[in-house]
Structures are given as C-alpha cells and as structure tokens.
Write a protein that binds this ligand. Structure first.
Ligand code: HEC
Ligand code: HEC
Length: 473
C-alpha cells in the first residue's frame, strides 16, 4: 500500500509549498525556539522508545536521518522537507500531529521550524529532547515555562571588580567544565578571548545587557531544559546579581589574566565566521570606486606602483567577454557597446554575459578539471565515455542557475540521500569515477564515499573524494 502512496509524497508532486507560512525572518535559536515546539507537539510519537514510521526527533543525528519514508528534514531547504509538509498539513492523511492526536502547529511555529531548517538545522551539542505535553493555560508549569527576565535576581549595587569578585566565582563554579581541562560547547571562562567570543551558541554575554545575556539566562534558569552549572552547586542570588552588574557595567576584563603559556588554537580560516574587514585608508582614494579597489590601491602603493589608466571601451568589452564566456565579442556586440552611451552600459553588458548559457560552459570547465572529468577515457584505452555528459551538463546548469556552492557540494556528496526517489540523474561523489570507470556504459549506482559519522572529514576531504573515490570505496 505504501509504495504507491509514498511515491507521491517523496517525489513532491501534489504538494503546494506556496501554502506554507513563510519562514521566520530572524535568527532562531534551537533551544529557545525549536525545542519547545518539538517537545510539545512531536516528541510523544517520535522518540527513542516510540518512533512512528521509524522517525526519531530526540537528537539531531536521528532527526536528520529521517524515517521509513527517507529524509524528512533537509537542512537549508525547509520547503523540500517532508517534516514541514506534514506539520504544515499539506499532505492529506499525513498531517502532523495526526488529526485528532494533537493541536496543529500555529503559523508562527511552522515559520520558526522553517527558519531553523533554512538556517542549517543547528542543534546545540548534547541537547536531547523529551516529550513535554503542553501545559494547561494558566497552570503553574505554564507560568514557569514563560518565565521572563523579571524573575532574575537584580544586579548588585556598586562597582564590580572582575578580579576580586567575578573571576573567583567563575573559577570555582565554571572552570571545571569550561576551563583548562574541559571546554564544554567550546567555551572557556579562563581565557578572555574565548569567553568574549562565546561557545558554539555564540556570545555568552552582551556588555551592558545582562538580562539578554545567554550566561545569565542559563544561571538564572530562564533557558528551558538547561541550567548552569550543569552539575554542582547553583549560583546564589547574590552571585547572579554580581555577574549581572559586571555585565551591565560593560563586562570589563583586564588584560594579562589568561593562563601562562596559553596560545589560541589555530582555527582554519574555513571554520571561522565570515567577517567584513574594514577597507584600508589610502591616499588618492578618489580612484577607488569600491572598497575592493582600496585594497588594490593600498598594495600598489606599498609596491610604489600606480594604477593603469582605464581601458578604452573596446578593450574593456573584449576582456569582460573573454572572462565570462571564454569567447571574443562579436562585431555586432562591439558596435552596440560603443554606441551605448548610457552610464550603466557596462553593467548591462555584464548582466547580459552572466545570463548567457556560455557563462556556465566557460566556468564549469574549472570544476570539471578539478574532478578530472573527460569525455573520453584517455591514455592507451582512449575511447568515448558515452555516459559522462550528463554530469558535465549538470555542472554547467549549476553555474547557469547560480546554485549556491554549499548546495552544489552537498548534492554531489549526498545526492542519494537528498533525493532518495530521484529519477533524474543526480551525481554523488563516487559516481563520477564510477561512471568514468564503468566500461559497460551503465551508471553504476550512487554510493557516497564517506561514512556519515565523519562530517568533518567530509568537509576536509571533499575534493580528494571527488577525485579519488573510484578505488577506495
Ligand atoms: C500522536 C502521534 C504523533 C505525533 C504527535 C506526531 N506524529 Fe509524526 N507520525 C506519526 C505516525 C503514526 C506516522 C506514520 C504515518 C503514516 O505512515 O501513515 C508519522 C510519520 C511522520 C513522518 C514521516 C516519517 C518517515 O520518514 O517515515 C514525519 C516527517 C513526521 N511524522 C513528523 C512529525 C512532526 C514534525 C511532528 C510534530 C509537529 C509529528 N510528526 C507529530 C505520529 C505522530
Ligand atoms: C558540570 C559541567 C558544567 C559546569 C560546572 C558548567 N557548565 Fe556550562 N555547559 C556545560 C555543558 C555540558 C554545556 C553544553 C550544554 C548543551 O548545549 O547541551 C554548557 C554550556 C554552557 C554555555 C553555552 C555555551 C554555548 O555557546 O553553547 C554557557 C554560556 C555556560 N555553559 C556557562 C556556564 C557558566 C557561567 C558556568 C558556571 C557558573 C558553567 N557553565 C558551569 C557544562 C557545565
């Protein structure tokens, strides 16, 4: 019975995602925004003991694995996520919670779930969900659930001294798990730079705003299901008041208190958050039309060089056309550009070139080189690979559709999981070489190269995986 039914669901036909409430337009926090929704509305039937349709939502790994129908949550793609289709009641007979078995989610809750998925379905490490029925409105537990910052002990009066009053407190109650020996959630309170940067959830305190600071919400029991210290003696009201006052007074932390010999661990640039550097200030900066120009000008000046004069229109057109399509401009295109005296003539040309199918053909070549793509076998066995071109066309299409890079890589590493029922040609990493190796002319399956548990390694090794998958896996 299911096979017929499931096809409908899995292939996404008959699902009108435009009916879904829009994703919430803000950054969501799993513990604050998502955990309560799942715990109230879903956990009862999707947990470690009861897992309807094979789906567990109690921890991230299981939740992303999906259930009998396959993947239900597709990070960054809420509109393609079955969990959203079901919670949004788009699929008859598969409303979640099932009809009569629980209240439908509100539009706001669906918006939050969507935003959470679209933002990557982050899930603080170690948070395990438990079923928590919705409290009756106005009941004691309900009040506890909506505790706001007014329940926090007030900030202490008087100027707080970090060294005398705060540091000893952190040392006795927090260092055991956030100090030299352990750094839970990558947070340590004995190193200024790490404490101010925060752990995996981001900054733990906002100078001047104690009531909004994560650390205060955690020690003050405002965060559902989590309290700090996780074990051991809780902070007294006086201690919380001191911490609050320290944060409200600007979270002053004198230099020179880090443990002796501490050196910040090197973090590869790829794992750092994106930051916008400020453009260097340079003399003669009227030449610079964009902030990027300021960087170029600064380097030129450092080497005692002057910028070249602007190119004439014909040269400019030739350069940009080669650059974006790999071809020279046609005589007609040159005439048209020379005749176009509008101030944005160049912008028009660039838009036109980017929209050209030639753009993808030119730029796909770089990626195809990286993955050692070829239309024929090469060496002494040189013969056509009749079935290689769909991959080539997929890459070209990806460039022309402006597919985000992360998605492009994701599809190639995990296409089989992302599109379990796909009929069309999807390219997981291993197939590239499989496909190239296969002499029978068949596309030999869609195995992924890396075990699921090695997410990090997968990132590090995705390029070698693309290139060398054929033999090891
Ligand atoms: C009262 C029990 C119950 C609750 C509560 C519930 N579900 Fe379900 N869920 C089910 C059952 C039963 C199925 C199997 C449905 C079927 O195949 O007909 C299911 C199946 C699913 C599936 C398909 C899993 C797969 O891949 O096979 C998803 C996704 C899902 N539920 C999501 C949710 C979400 C999200 C919530 C909370 C908003 C939720 N469910 C709440 C009972 C429940
Ligand atoms: C017994 C161990 C333990 C102690 C002691 C402890 N913590 Fe934690 N802390 C944890 C664990 C585990 C987590 C991660 C919890 C999670 O996300 O599930 C955490 C997370 C945090 C976070 C969130 C970090 C992030 O970015 O996700 C903050 C802030 C925090 N702790 C502050 C404190 C403070 C302040 C103290 C002392 C008052 C303290 N902790 C004491 C174990 C501890």
């Amino acid at each position: 019975m299911c096979s017929l039914f499931c096809t409908v669901i899995v292939t996404g036909q008959d699902i009108d995602v435009s009916k879904l409430p829009a994703p919430a337009a803000r950054r969501v926090d799993f513990v604050k925004d998502i955990q309560p929704v799942l715990e109230r509305s879903c956990l009862k039937c999707h947990n470690a003991t009861v897992s309807m349709s094979g789906l567990r939502l109690d921890n991230r790994e299981e939740a992303l694995k999906g259930g009998d129908l396959g993947v239900d949550i597709v990070p960054r793609h809420s509109a393609e996520s079955r969990a959203i289709h079901f919670a949004g009641r788009l699929v008859p007979q598969l409303e979640m919670p099932p009809k009569g078995k629980g209240d439908p989610l509100s539009d706001e809750e669906i918006g939050l779930l969507r935003a959470w998925i679209d933002q990557g379905a982050e899930w603080q490490a170690g948070v395990v969900l438990q079923s928590r029925p919705k409290p009756a409105p106005g009941s004691e537990t309900d009040k506890a659930g909506v505790k706001d910052s007014s329940t926090l002990p007030p900030p202490a009066n008087g100027k707080v001294d970090f060294v005398k009053e705060i540091r000893p407190l952190l040392a006795s109650k927090c260092y055991p798990c956030h100090g030299p020996s352990q750094q839970k959630n990558q947070l340590r309170w004995d190193v200024k730079a790490v404490a101010t940067r925060g752990g995996i959830s981001g900054p733990a305190f906002k100078p001047g705003k104690s009531a909004e600071s994560l650390v205060i919400r955690l020690v003050g029991r405002l965060q559902p299901g989590l309290v700090m210290p996780l074990q051991g003696e809780r902070l007294t009201s006086t201690e919380i008041g001191l911490l609050r006052a320290w944060i409200d007074q600007g979270a002053h932390w004198p230099e020179g208190l880090d443990p002796k010999g501490y050196t910040a661990p090197l973090i590869h640039w790829a794992y750092r958050p994106l930051a916008r550097p400020s453009a260097p200030r340079v003399k003669g900066s009227s030449w610079a039309r964009t902030p990027i120009d300021s960087f170029i000008l600064a380097k030129l000046q450092e080497k005692r060089l002057r910028p070249s004069p602007p190119a004439d229109k014909r040269t400019l057109l030739r350069r940009v056309t080669y650059d974006l399509t790999g071809l020279p401009p046609t005589p007609e295109e040159i005439q048209a550009f020379l005749a176009d005296t509008a101030p944005d003539a160049y912008v028009t040309v660039v838009d036109h070139l980017l929209a050209s199918p030639r753009y993808g053909e030119r730029w796909a070549r770089h990626w195809l080189d990286v993955v050692h793509y070829a239309d024929s076998h090469g060496h002494d066995q040189d013969r056509p690979r009749d079935n290689a071109w769909p991959y080539r066309d997929y890459v070209i299409r990806a460039f022309n559709e402006d597919k985000p890079y992360a998605r492009f890589v994701e599809e190639q590493l995990a296409g089989d999981v992302l599109f379990p029922a796909a009929q069309r040609f999807i390219v997981p990493a291993a197939t590239i070489t499989n496909l190239i190796r296969s002499r029978s002319g068949n596309i030999t399956g869609s195995r992924r190269c890396l075990p699921e548990s090695t997410g990090q390694t997968a990132l590090m090794t995705s390029i070698p995986a693309f290139m060398y998958c054929g033999s090891p896996c």
